[in-house]
Design a protein around this ligand. Sequence first.
Ligand code: PXL
Length: 292
Amino acid sequence: MLIQNNNKKVVAVHDLSCIGRVSLNAVIPILTSMGLEVTPLPTALLSCHTQYPDFTFLDLTTEMRKIIANWKAQGFRFNAFYTGYLGSPEQVQVVSELIQDFRRPNDLIVVDPVLGDNGHLYKGMNEEMVGQMRELIKLADVITPNMTEMFLLLGEPYRNNNFNDNELKSYLRALSQQGPSIVIVTSVPVIDTPHLTSVYAYNRNGNRYWKVTCPFLPAHYPGTGDSFTSVITGSLLQGDSLPLALDRAMQFTLQGIRSTFGYDYSNLEGIMLEKVLSNLNTPIQVSSYELI
Ligand code: PXL
């Protein structure tokens, strides 16, 4: 008897930043630990991520086109496409074509619309990128913007206080109407409770809204969004429900932050993934999701 390899294959379209546990440096170990086969499609090569005061940047758009053509010619197949930091508006176009060429009916398309944080665009991002990202999310099944990215995609001014559940639900619904059936918004502040942060999610299939809340530590670590969305992607590909995927991703990210916080350490390096990767193989202990 021939035994088939049923491993799921994920194309991970992110940059490779040598320093700092962001993008491919986070995505590959997390998805691999979750039993998925990762095919990286690097979008750019950076000496370190763009929150460092200085970095080198090699755009890989031309190489990406060659890699995709080569995969196409050899008939390679994948089960999921997960995109993150993209280096230029043209690259968004390349990724849209990749998805449209390769996607099969049961494939999972996850788009993390990496554009900015804390009300600001990341260095190198501009309005044209925002416009392109609005197009890319139309192809996605799942998107995971933070609050800044949510407002950019909706074309509304950024604010970060006094949200009630109904307001958040209408934002999630508005984003879902643009294409993705699942919308997950991260780092939502909790009214009058600065030590907590929430993730809100909407699944148009079933018309359900979910919320997961966890402690907020006053430290910023680049790449936590990449870790969060990698666990969501791995969890959904393993067959978990959306609320369970939310719980796993939230808990893993919190474990990573807690394992790092307290060291004499440059936060720019990101969370110490090495210390918590093995937690991805343990069953969830405490579930905290709510249906709202
Ligand atoms: O997802 C975060 C990220 C990824 N890649 C690059 C970045 C950042 C955030 O700063 O600069 C290159």
